[in-house]
Structures are given as structure tokens and as C-alpha cells.
Design a protein around this ligand. Sequence first.
Ligand code: FAD
Length: 288
Amino acid sequence: MKISELFNKGKTVFSFEVFPPKKDSPVETVYNALAELSDLNPAFISVTYSAGGTGGAKESTTLLASYVKNKLGIETCAHLTCMNSTADDIRALLKELEEHKIENILALRGDKNPDVPAVNEFHHASDLVRFIKVQGLDFCVSGACCPEGHPESKDMISDVLNLKKKVDAGADYLVSQMFFDNAKFYEFKERLRLADITVPVSAGIMPVTNKRQFERMIMLSGASLPAKFTQTFSRFEDRPEALADAGIAYAIDQIIDLISSGVDGIHLYTMNKPAVARKIAESVRSLL
Ligand code: FAD
């Protein structure tokens, strides 16, 4: 099923994201996590893609997405990045996805990585969206968006105008980067409305459940951290169990507020941790 159709059913689309194992670990290591996540009956599970950097092998994305769809019977979305690929590489991958009956692709540019030279055939995610659409293949194609602006963008306005190009190229819906301050997401939605971007937007929620993850979040994400968030984490940083509970409660609180405001979808970055996803899913199930 095309994920775009799920957004037409008048309910919040609640989905999960997983990542393939690192290169030296077999893909089977993620199967157990996927089986547990599928028990939670998400609308779909998306699988990230690594073009050859530090993440898993790129073939793993297709294998795991196929497993989700064809073995577990849950709808899936395969992520696909383009900046390190040629048009022929992408054509071959699209064929492979079709062969596995995968109907949904999250089309991304990918992060710039000094160790992996860019191929320079696709410069932006919008190029990939357009490329997939003109192949005449029957894929639902989504794109990423950053509620607080992409770190490379000079300002929010240019970022939203670039996002408009991605939607005009054919993106059927958008999935957001993680954020911890819902007010930033609502301001972003307002900017999208002004730019006449009307496709559904799923809100990316990352439950932060340990100190290392918290510190990485501060360093890497660029997302604003509200005082409520930093206070909670400073208070419990030396008590791992309390910190995990607080992180899960924070994510639940964000989700309840978003659902109450009529958000199109919630995309949970599960970090391949079904126990965390379970606590969150069970707490918000009746709201969905
Ligand atoms: P783009 O949409 O191309 O945007 C990148 C920058 O270029 C922005 O500053 C934008 O404003 C600008 N830009 C865009 N279009 C144009 C244009 N036409 N003209 C001029 N400027 C333009 N990375 C992975 O490697 N694998 C994954 O599986 C993965 N999954 C992700 C899932 C989600 C939900 C999100 C939010 C991100 C994910 N990423 C993943 C990270 C993503 O690859 C990075 O954020 C990357 O830096 C940008 O990707 P993008 O698709 O947003 O790029």
C-alpha cells in the first residue's frame, strides 16, 4: 500500500524507523527487534539507508524493508540517498525495490561525508524525487524536512523554498527531523502553509533514553533543547533507569500535544529499541 493513502484515513499515522546493523553484523540481528516492533502494529516501519559511510551496507535496507513487508506483513518505506550514486545505481536500486514489492521510498540527499566522495549527478533530494517520478514507476515518494532549518541553510526562508521544490518535484508527504520543542514544529507548519506546501507532514520524535544519546543530541542535532528537557536530563543524568523513564515520558508528552493539535503523523525514531517503542505506543494507543 502507498503510505500517502494512509494519510487520507483521518487518523494520525503512527510509524517507526529502524536502521540496518553495522557492516560487520549480520542483518538477522535486527530481525528480532523488527518482530517485536511489528507486534505494536505501526502504520509502517521505515528502514534507513547508508551509502557506504559508517552505517550498514546499502543492500541491508532492501533486505530489511522486504522482511518487514513480505514476512511481517507491515507496510514499509525504504530510505534512499542520492549524493553518492549515479543515475544507473539508482535505476538498479529501484528495480530491486520493485522486485521486493516495496512501494514506498523516502528520497534523501544524504549527509556530506568527506570520506565518501560525492558523485555529482544528484545534488539535492528534489533531484532524486523528480528522477523516481519520471521513471514512470509506481512508487509513493516522501522527503525529509527540518522544522528548525537544515544546518546547511542560510535561513529558514530559503530552506522552506527549497522544500517547496522537493514537493513540487513530486514528494507525496514529508517526515521531519527530530525536534524537542513542539512550538518550533508549529511555527514550521505555519511557514509551510504560507509557502503553499500542503502535503502531510509526519513529526519525527526521538525518545532520548541515556546520557550518551543526550550528549550526542546536544552536539549534533542542532535542535533547540527547551529548559524542561535539559533540566530533566541534568537532574537524572547519573540514574540510568530514571533517565530512561524521563526520556520516554518526555516523548509521550510531546506526542500527546502533537496529536491533540491534529498532527498528520508521528514517526518514532526507535533506535532499534522495541522496549522503548512499546512503552510509548501503549501510552498513546487510545489517542490514535
Ligand atoms: P535536501 O532536501 O537536498 O536539503 C539539503 C540542503 O540543500 C538544505 O540546506 C536545503 O535547503 C538545500 N536544498 C535542497 N534542495 C535545494 C535546491 N533545489 N536548490 C538549492 N538548495 C537546495 N541520511 C542517510 O544517510 N540515510 C538515511 O536513511 C536518512 N534518513 C533520514 C530520515 C529523515 C526523516 C531525516 C529528516 C533525515 C534523514 N537522513 C538520512 C539525513 C539526511 O540525509 C540529511 O539531513 C542530509 O543532510 C540532507 O538530506 P535531505 O534529503 O534533507 O537534503
